[in-house]
Design a protein around this ligand. Sequence first.
Ligand code: HIF
Length: 278
Amino acid sequence: MAAGDYNAVRNAIRKIIPQASYDDGSAGPVLVRLAWHASGTYDKKSGTGGSNGATMRFKLEAEDEANNGLEYARKFLDPVKKQFPWISYSDLWTLAGVVAIEYMGGPDVDWKPGRVDDVDEQYVPPNGRLPDATKGEDHIRSVFYRLGFNDQEIVALSGAHNLGRCHGERSGFEGPWVPMPTRFSNTYFKLLLRSQWHRRKNSVGVEQYNDEDNELMMLPTDMALVKDPKFKPWVEKYANDKDAFYKDFAAAFGKLLELGVVRGPEGKAMRQYARAKL
Ligand code: HIF
């Protein structure tokens, strides 16, 4: 297979998405989470962190408790990396998120190759940069403003919680956000506004919000989007306008995957991805 044939890589990723014995039969959601967590360590002030370098390969970042469960996503991608050894992990992890979103019926997200992996442990960003779901709107803003997003982009991105589920043994939270967690849609926003959410302790003693039947859930950070007067109008907009959500989500997710990727004049990622050594 020719080096640089990203369509061949996309096809190989599509093939590993159906996973009969895993979760809801799909690796899609956990691949989206891997792409986001690989990118979400970025710090705009120091230029450190982000998807370039795939630093989650190293123990310190892999063992950040925010990344619990992402070993599944990385393992699902192992055969693809073996088949296409020329692709960097940092390109593969971000591309897999994009392919998974499309596969599950979401929008096409712009993706550019060129990330490089040749870093050592010294480039691993400190643990604790990813968001803590037990917190509220101030915390969400401090994390996402550090990444360079505004309130509208934060809400648009949040629609990704339409996908997948929480696992007690990974995060302490339990359950899916929507009834069809492997189909991308704006149901998450509709449910945030329409359902009655009850704060309760789940089976491992962690507080979350559940619907009447205890089938669906919301995190404290999800509920913050309808409590906060600046976030809520965007939740309403995306609940009522699926096309606007898809468009804004695609733009914000594409931006997320580029964080920390310093590109030269021809769009190729340059080797000095982490401008400041930690
Ligand atoms: Fe998530 N997220 N996320 N998230 N997330 C979980 C699962 C997924 C936050 C917390 C959690 C985003 C923002 C935030 C996905 C995608 C995105 C889980 C459950 C937690 C606790 C993990 C587990 O137990 O397996 C917080 C606090 C966020 C900031 C508000 C992004 C916007 C929504 C950036 C995003 O894209 C996906 C997909 C999953 C499902 C993973 C799965 O294994 O099914």
